[in-house]
Design a protein around this ligand. Structure first.
Ligand SMILES: [Zn+2]
Length: 416
């Protein structure tokens, strides 16, 4: 961070912007924003539901069920993860909200911090909305849909909007289809009807976009498959399909979802690059695998998440090539601050500025989103000041670009 007077000026301008937080999971695993449900939070859950859990496992901790994580489990590994960004912004949240002094959780402070977290979250909805105010949020885009249906029990607040995830139906989810059409799908057309119903319901309930997290489960290459072939696989029994058949079936379904996105004019967001947690397969999430979809569905606006980290340059080229490809740096600032700055700086040089979204928290807890936003704002100031100092941007251009990448671009794309 370069805290000179220009930096401070830019940073103050950033604070004035009403932020569009392009991606959050708040409310997915824990009942955030849900007035009818209690949230039980303590320090261990605060850590379990953060990305730091993955780094703890990476440093040697045995993977433990999130709800059973105990102080003795994490204690031996904290020193090793003290250098990662996941640790840094978690600590920032504990310092700002729960009175942590210094940057270490220890035998002598963890219990009092834990107690403060529990107390603060007693009236959790009130607290969550208070933090939204602090963050100066214009809109927060939530991904919390379940079984292809939007969650509707969240607090009524115009700042909270949702996108929908159809991956269960893409994967061949017969149980999900049954729930949607109220009987077992007897044939493939009935199965496809479940997707129609899910789309209609989602749009009616205010879905502003569609998301795919399939990179967590399979390779994100989607070949063009004839309907007759998918139908044959369905008729032979999805549950008996070989891995090759299953891929073909899912590939077909992905193309159907892209067609539906064209019909409903909904942006389609894709997880690309690094996966949360451990043990996944990076090459499954290479954003270059999606090129055929960009070509085949030119009326669909595709949003590539997380800057495709580590494929940062590749996504830059994709967004440069294709008018319908957008870049979302959500989560990236919490993965690597140097990569985030490098990516943002480079994208601003190669990609038109209407197609870049600079921040989304991608968190499960509001305190983590808050700390993530503070960090991202500092990094954006660093990048812009660099550009101003080198003469590449003048200050006015830097400020107007900043307003776009933190708010207006998402307002335009998602019609917020
Ligand atoms: Zn996410």
């Amino acid at each position: 961070m370069m805290e000179n007077s220009l930096w401070k000026e830019v940073r103050e301008e950033i604070d004035k912007v009403q932020i569009v937080d392009t991606h959050e999971h708040l409310g997915k695993e824990l009942p955030i924003f849900r007035p009818s449900k209690k949230i039980k939070l303590n320090l261990m859950r605060f850590i379990a539901y953060s990305y730091l859990y993955g780094d703890l496992v990476s440093s040697g901790m045995k993977p433990i069920a999130l709800n059973r994580l105990a102080w003795e489990d994490i204690k031996p590994y904290l020193e090793s993860v003290r250098t990662t960004v996941y640790y840094k912004y978690l600590i920032k949240a504990l310092q700002d909200f729960y009175g942590l002094e210094g940057d270490q959780i220890t035998d002598s402070n963890w219990e009092i911090i834990s107690k403060r977290i529990t107390e603060k979250n007693e009236n959790h909805v009130e607290w969550e909305l208070q933090v939204l105010d602090l963050m100066n949020i214009h809109r927060m885009i939530l991904e919390i849909s379940e079984k292809c249906v939007l969650k509707t029990d969240i607090v009524d607040d115009e700042r909270l909007v949702q996108i929908i995830n159809f991956e269960e139906l893409i994967m061949g989810g017969l149980t999900t289809a049954k729930k949607l059409i109220h009987s077992s799908a007897e044939n493939f057309d009935e199965y496809l009807n479940a997707l129609d119903i899910a789309f209609d319901m989602a749009v009616e309930n205010g879905a502003i976009g569609v998301k795919s997290s399939l990179a967590y489960l399979r390779i994100i290459s989607y070949d063009k498959v004839e309907k007759s072939e998918a139908q044959k696989i369905f008729n032979n029994g999805i549950r008996r399909a070989t891995p090759t058949e299953l891929k073909k079936f899912q590939d077909f379904m992905m193309h159907v979802v892209c067609e539906k996105c064209t019909e409903f004019k909904l942006p389609y967001e894709f997880h690309t690059g690094l996966h949360a947690g451990n043990f996944n397969t990076l090459k499954n999430s290479d954003p270059l695998l999606l090129e055929n979809l960009f070509r085949d569905y030119r009326k669909v606006n595709f949003v590539l998440f997380h800057g495709g980290y580590p494929y940062l340059q590749e996504v830059g080229v994709l967004a440069k090539y294709f008018p319908n490809v957008y870049l979302d740096a959500c989560w990236l600032s919490d993965i690597s601050i140097s990569s985030y700055k490098r990516a943002l700086s480079e994208w601003l040089e190669i990609v038109p500025s209407n197609k870049i979204f600079a921040w989304g928290g991608d968190q499960m807890l509001i305190e983590h989103s808050y700390a993530s936003l503070l960090l991202a704002k500092d990094l954006i100031a660093d990048v812009l000041v660099d550009k101003i100092n080198s003469g590449y941007f003048n200050q006015n251009l830097a400020i107007s670009v900043m307003k776009k990448i933190l708010g207006q671009n998402a307002i335009n794309l998602y019609r917020l």
